[in-house]
Write a protein that binds this ligand. Structure first.
Ligand code: FPP
Length: 242
């Protein structure tokens, strides 16, 4: 009960007090540069990025953001050196182990966006088990691994074809994407100074607000979240109307 009141106070005092920001998505860029600045290997930056991910997810939940999506590993990231790919996937499996232990107490429903077919069967089964076990929980956490926005659209269309459709509607595609259970993102944040979308949530971002910051992902803290939420509230969203 105390925790509930504590959280309620946080939401009321936060820039998201009106609850208009329902879904935030992050392109967690800049881990490599963060490590380089410290004379450390890129994998050190990814480890710092993974711990920051935990902190930011928690904070977003505490200020009443119901859905968070993170871009952890793209379909293009396989082109990186083997050592780096292995380091990122290791961080991911470490998080999976941690979630398996702690998620029963948390109110988080996790979904992995992207095809799981590339992963070894035991890992795939663990991902699916976590998805099943967390179904129905309140806060949505979408983790994009082996994810590409184009790949998702193709995957949705193929699913529709296999259901026998010969023409499709926007609703058909939306409901067959990996994100089908989440509202569309209100705000997409990219850290690390680049101003591009890099094949992330291509369909879903139609009316998303975009926020780019030079802050590198491991340095992106709660205060930075508040800044982007504040910026979001200053935007006029018209969704194509006047
Ligand atoms: C982009 O930075 C970051 C990635 C490709 C990987 C992001 C992965 C994590 C933060 C860890 C994921 C783990 C969990 C638990 C979800 P970059 O390497 O492109 O940085 P750079 O542009 O500075 O080189």
């Amino acid at each position: 009960m105390r925790r509930f009141f504590h959280l309620k106070r946080r939401v009321e005092a936060s820039p998201n007090a009106e609850g208009r920001l329902k879904h935030i998505a992050f392109i967690m860029d800049g881990n490599g540069r963060w490590a380089k600045k410290r004379g450390m290997p890129r994998s050190y930056g990814h480890a710092a990025g993974a711990s920051n991910f935990r902190k930011i997810i928690e904070y977003c939940g505490s200020i009443g953001i119901g859905a968070v999506t993170v871009y952890a590993f793209s379909t293009e990231n396989w082109k990186r050196p083997r050592e780096e790919v292995d380091a990122i996937l290791k961080l991911f499996t470490d998080y999976l182990s941690e979630a398996e232990k702690s998620f029963s107490e948390k109110d988080i429903c996790v979904r992995f966006l992207g095809s799981k077919a590339v992963f070894p069967a035991p890992l795939r089964e663990r991902m699916e088990a976590l998805e099943r076990a967390s179904t129905g929980k309140r806060q949505r956490l979408n983790i994009a691994v082996n994810y590409g926005g184009r790949d998702d659209i193709v995957h949705a269309v193929n699913a529709l074809i296999s259901e026998g459709k010969t023409t499709v509607t926007e609703e058909d595609i939306t409901s067959h994407l990996y994100t089908s259970e989440s509202p569309p993102p209100d705000l997409i944040v990219r850290t690390g100074a680049e101003r591009r979308i890099s094949n992330f949530l291509l369909w879903e971002m139609a009316y998303a607000e975009l926020y780019f910051t030079e802050v590198l992902w491991p340095d992106f803290d709660e205060r930075q979240v508040d800044l982007c939420v504040k910026d979001f509230y200053e935007r006029k969203r018209r969704f194509g109307g006047l």
